[in-house]
Design a protein. Structure first.
Length: 156
């Protein structure tokens, strides 16, 4: 399955389950032209009882299961699909992001075969990686910052 087919499947399932989430991380950056790769998809969402039910419904829709791995990040929900290796991480808190509402207000909408997906702004993705300060985030920061600077020059 190619990357576009995977993201279309995820967007379709999110829409069907009516789970509003914003794609952030390297996958979101790649959709905005950053030359980065990733093995998973990171989303920010509101952690409410209704959204946790929608997350379980999303797991059923994708033939996966929701896991709560032991991480320092206490608000992580990992949706794993064994048959394809697909991994979606849903977090209610992300370093460098004040709130879901603020992230959503700056996000852009991308459509895959009629299925809408909210993607965090590249500026928010850079800010979250900088605030997290992990080695893997630092490694991507140079590329992401360069892409952001190029986009700003194009707008000027």
């Amino acid at each position: 399955m190619n990357g576009e087919a995977v993201i279309e499947r995820v967007a379709a399932a999110l829409n069907k389950c009516r789970l509003e989430a914003v794609l952030i991380g390297n996958a979101g950056a790649a959709l905005q032209g950053a030359p980065v790769t990733t093995l998973d998809f990171d989303f920010m969402f509101r952690k409410t009882p209704a959204n946790l039910r929608k997350l379980k419904r999303l797991a059923r829709e994708l033939n996966g299961c929701v896991l709560r791995p032991y991480y320092p990040v206490s608000s992580l929900y990992r949706l794993a699909v064994d048959e394809s290796g697909l991994q979606l991480d849903f977090m209610s808190r992300i370093h460098g992001v004040r709130s879901f509402e603020s992230l959503r207000s700056r996000a852009s909408e991308v459509t895959f075969w009629g299925h809408r997906l909210l993607v965090a702004s590249l500026q928010d993705i850079v800010a979250s990686k900088r605030a997290a300060g992990r080695e893997r985030d630092k490694a991507a920061l140079v590329i992401l910052q360069k892409t952001l600077d190029e986009k700003r020059k194009q707008k000027a």
